[in-house]
Ligand binder design. Sequence first.
Ligand SMILES: [Zn+2]
Length: 395
Amino acid sequence: MKAVLRAFIYDFDLRTATEQFQRLRNDWGMDGISLVAVSPARVVLLPNAPGDRLRWIGEGTLCFQPHPAWYADLRFLPVFDEQAAKEEVFRRLVEAAKEAGLSVMAVVPCCQNSAIGRRYHDLTVLNALDDRIQDFLCPANPDARTLMAALVGDLCSNYAIDGVELESLGYLLLSRVQGLVSDIELTPAIEFLMSRCFCAHCTRAATERDIEIERVRFFAKTQLEQFFIAPTDFANTPLEWDIWASLVEGVGEQILYLRMAIVSSLLALLVEAAQKKDKKVHIEGHLLPARLWTVGLDRQQMVLLADAIEVDAKEVPPDRLPPSLILNKQVVSTNAELWVRLHPSERFVANRHAFLAQAKACKDHNVSGVVFAGYGSLRRQNWSWIQEAVSLLKS
Ligand SMILES: [Zn+2]
């Protein structure tokens, strides 16, 4: 059972990082560290960081220095933190962690990148209403795919990491957009319809397979327009494969399979970029595997391609963790490892006792590893939760 701490580069002071990593290894019992390589948020609160407590990073900003040759096929270089790049913070932290005996993974959000999407709209999802979702890159878009493969290739070639944790892969759902303001409560069905992509690349992929994607787009557009006038029965349709597959005389199913094929081929591309450099690949799954199709993830392909599937405990109420782990163990079978991301904070679990119960469930279900999310962003008193959980996992 491995224990890994997820952190931002801003959580460490370069002058004392080696000792900090040694403490994490020797006193906390950590096996590894997982460093956020691309910021998932515009701003983060890091009460324990040595520098600014409020860190205005910018969603999609790279926390490492990109090597331009990797992006030569694109018309842009990704946005990166210039100060951190100048000081080579990412590289120096990776080296310090390795020196302390920790393994190092880099966390890469794939299809969620507003830094790119807001500058280059043509890479983003275009929904049935002809609105761009500027935070989401379309998995079928050739430039978006080149960018994601370049990020993984750059990290795996130029930094001494052991692997990558790929997150936010697929056709994401609108609720992932940070700070969306709406006076209408969007049901899961409406959110799903709002998030479907009908960009030129998705349309072309469908047309090449003789799939009548225009009929599906018209259906989605009509449903959304009716819902914006008054509540509809359709808006309460549960997100179940059989129902959505039967829509538009079965064209719905063809589109669902097409999207899964597109996401699987993107995943294969990213895995290839990492494996060329002998790096491990963890892919973000879902505690409820039956939800994966909603973002176009094919669980069989994920398990075949990845070294590990990583699920986030936040996705179900704390007491539902054990049955969800059983489901996920069945999905990964013996082909991949199952890892669980735990959040040692009262924001996500009631108290220390409930948190340790989650850690115990991970141990009881024999998961391969646990990632503790948050370090500099936690209350310092919660650090003891992590230390207790690690000794429980390793007992
Ligand atoms: Zn698209």
